[in-house]
Write a protein of this length. Structure first.
Ligand SMILES: *Cc1c(COP(=O)(O)O)cnc(C)c1O
Length: 413
C-alpha cells in the first residue's frame, strides 16, 4: 500500500523488516517495544507520523493513542518545534560544550516548576531518576532509598523491573512501600532508621496492568512530612506524568513540593532530553556528583524543549488535554454501557488506562485492541495511553468508532 501524502513507498513492509531484524537484532526487538508483547496484528515498524496519527511500515494509518509512549505531547511534527529544531541544527548540535540554549532552557524550567532552584540536563528518564537518587545520597550522606512496589523508575540495574543480568547488590539499600498507603510508607521509614536518604515516588500511580491512581493528599503530605522529619529527600519521578497534568510538577496540584524531581518524556516533544530539577538546599550536592554523557550537551533537543514548553503554555496544554480526554472518557463509558461490558477507566483524562472486568488473561483487552487497531486506532491493552495536543474531537470520534468495533469483538467472543 502506498502511504498517503505522496511519500515514497517504504523500503519494506512490516513482515519483511521483522525477518531481517530477526537476523541482526537479538529477538528482533528488545524491551517493552517488542510488538510480540502486544496482541497479534500490531505492527513492529513505523514509517512516519504527523499530528495525532502514525503510519506503520505497511502504510496503514492509525490515530495514535500511545504518542511514542509519552514523548509526543504537542503532536508529531509540531511546526513550532520543527522550526526551532531546524534553526538550532543549522547552528550546531553536538559541540565541545553546551550552546547558549542550555541556559535559556534551564531558566525556563526553573521559572515554571515551583520547587526548582536549579536544573541539570540528561538524555533519558533513567538518567534523571538515577541522578536524583545519587544527589540525595550525596546530600544526606545516607544510603537507603524507599521505592513504591511496582513503580517504574527506569531500566538501569538499580530499578529495572526485569533483573536478568543484574545482581542483588545493584538493588542494595532499597526498601519498598505501597503507593498511597501511608502506614506502609511510615513502616518503611521506620525500617530505614537513621539511614534514610530519599523517598522516590511517581507523579501518580501508573504501574503496568493495574488501575491507575492519583496520589491522595494524605499520602503526599505524609511523604513530605516524613522526609522533613528525617532530613531525607523527597523525589518526584515526573518522567511520565510531567507537564501533562500541570504546568509545573504534578504534586503542585496537591500543594506538596518535592526536593528533587526527574523529567523526560514530554519535555521536548519527542527529542531526546531529560532533566533533574532541585531545591536550592540540594544545589551543592548536585554540584559535587559527577554526571555526564557523550550526548548530554546536544543543543537541538534543548531548542526543541524551549519551543515545546513555550507552546504548552500558549495553548494551555493540561486543560486542553483534560478536555479532550474527558470527551473520550465519556464516549467510552457510553459504549461500555451500550454493549454491557464492564470497563474500568482510570488515571488522569489525558493519560487513560482501559481495563476490562473479568479479564485476568487479557483475552478481552486483546480482542478489543486488535479490532480497534484494524479499525484505525493504535491503543494499548495494559499500559496507560497518552493524548497529544494535535488530537482533535474528530480524532476522538475516530477512536470511539474503532472502540465500538472493539466492543463488538468482545461480545462476539
Ligand atoms: C519512562 C519512565 C522512566 C525511564 O525513562 P527512560 O527515558 O525510558 O529512561 C522513568 N520513570 C518513569 C515514571 C517513566 O515513565
Amino acid at each position: 500500500m502506498t502511504p498517503p501524502g505522496g511519500l515514497q513507498a517504504p523500503p519494506g513492509g512490516d513482515a519483511a523488516l521483522r525477518a531481517r531484524a530477526a537476523r541482526v537484532i537479538p529477538a528482533g526487538m528488545w524491551g517493552h517495544l517488542d510488538a510480540r508483547r502486544l496482541p497479534a496484528g500490531y505492527p513492529q515498524f513505523f514509517s512516519r507520523a504527523q499530528g495525532g496519527h502514525i503510519w506503520d511500515a505497511d502504510g496503514r494509518r492509525y490515530v495514535d493513542l500511545m504518542c511514542s509512549w509519552g514523548p509526543i505531547v504537542l503532536g508529531h511534527h509540531d511546526p513550532v518545534v520543527d522550526a526551532a529544531v531546524a534553526a538550532q541544527s543549522a547552528l550546531g548540535d553536538c559541540l565541545n560544550g553546551p550552546a547558549p540554549v542550555m541556559v535559556e532552557l534551564c531558566e525556563a524550567l526553573v521559572d515554571r516548576v515551583a520547587h526548582a532552584g536549579w536544573a541539570m540536563l540528561q538524555k533519558n528518564g533513567s538518567d534523571a531518576t538515577t541522578a536524583c537518587v545519587t544527589i540525595a545520597r550525596a546530600a544526606t550522606g545516607r544510603n537507603t532509598v524507599l521505592i513504591a512496589r511496582g513503580s517504574y523508575h527506569g531500566a538501569l540495574p538499580w530499578c529495572t523491573p526485569v533483573p536478568v543480568g543484574t545482581t542483588e547488590a545493584d538493588r542494595a539499600n532499597q526498601l519498598r512501600f505501597d503507593y498511597n498507603d501511608v502506614a506502609s510508607l511510615e513502616a518503611a521509614v521506620t525500617a530505614a532508621g537513621h539511614d534514610l536518604a530519599a523517598i522516590i515516588v511517581t507523579g501518580f500511580r501508573h504501574d503496568n496492568v493495574v488501575d491507575q491512581e492519583m496520589p491522595s493528599l494524605a499520602f503526599a503530605q505524609a511523604a513530605r512530612r516524613l522526609c522533613d522529619r528525617a532530613g531525607a529527600a523527597l523525589i518526584i519521578d515526573d518522567v511520565r506524568a510531567g507537564f501533562r497534568l500541570h504546568r509545573g510538577c504534578s504534586w503542585e496540584l496537591l500543594g506538596v513540593d518535592p526536593d528533587l524531581s526527574a523529567w523526560s518524556k514530554a519535555i521536548a516533544n519527542g527529542h531526546p532530553l531529560a532533566a533533574v530539577l532541585g531545591r536550592d538546599s540540594f544545589r551543592s550536592a548536585a554540584a559535587k556528583v559527577f554526571v555526564t554523557g557523550s550526548f548530554w550537551c546536544g543543543a537541538v533537543p534543548m531548542a526543541a524543549a524551549v519551543a515545546t514548553l513555550g507552546e504548552m503554555d500558549r495553548i494551555g496544554l493540561p486543560e486542553r488535554l483534560a478536555e479532550l480526554g474527558g470527551y473520550l472518557r465519556a464516549g467510552m463509558a457510553r459504549l461500555a454501557q451500550r454493549y454491557a461490558v464492564g470497563l474500568r477507566q482510570s488515571g488522569p483524562m489525558s493519560m487513560p488506562l482501559w481495563l476490562f472486568e473479568d479479564d485476568a488473561d487479557f483475552a478481552r483487552g486483546s480482542a478489543f485492541c486488535r479490532a480497534a487497531l484494524a479499525a484505525g486506532a493504535y491503543l494499548h491493552p495494559k499500559h496507560n495511553m497518552f493524548l497529544n495536543a494535535a488530537h482533535t474531537r474528530a480524532d476522538m470520534d475516530a477512536v470511539l468508532a474503532a472502540a465500538e468495533a472493539g466492543f463488538q469483538a468482545i461480545i462476539a467472543a
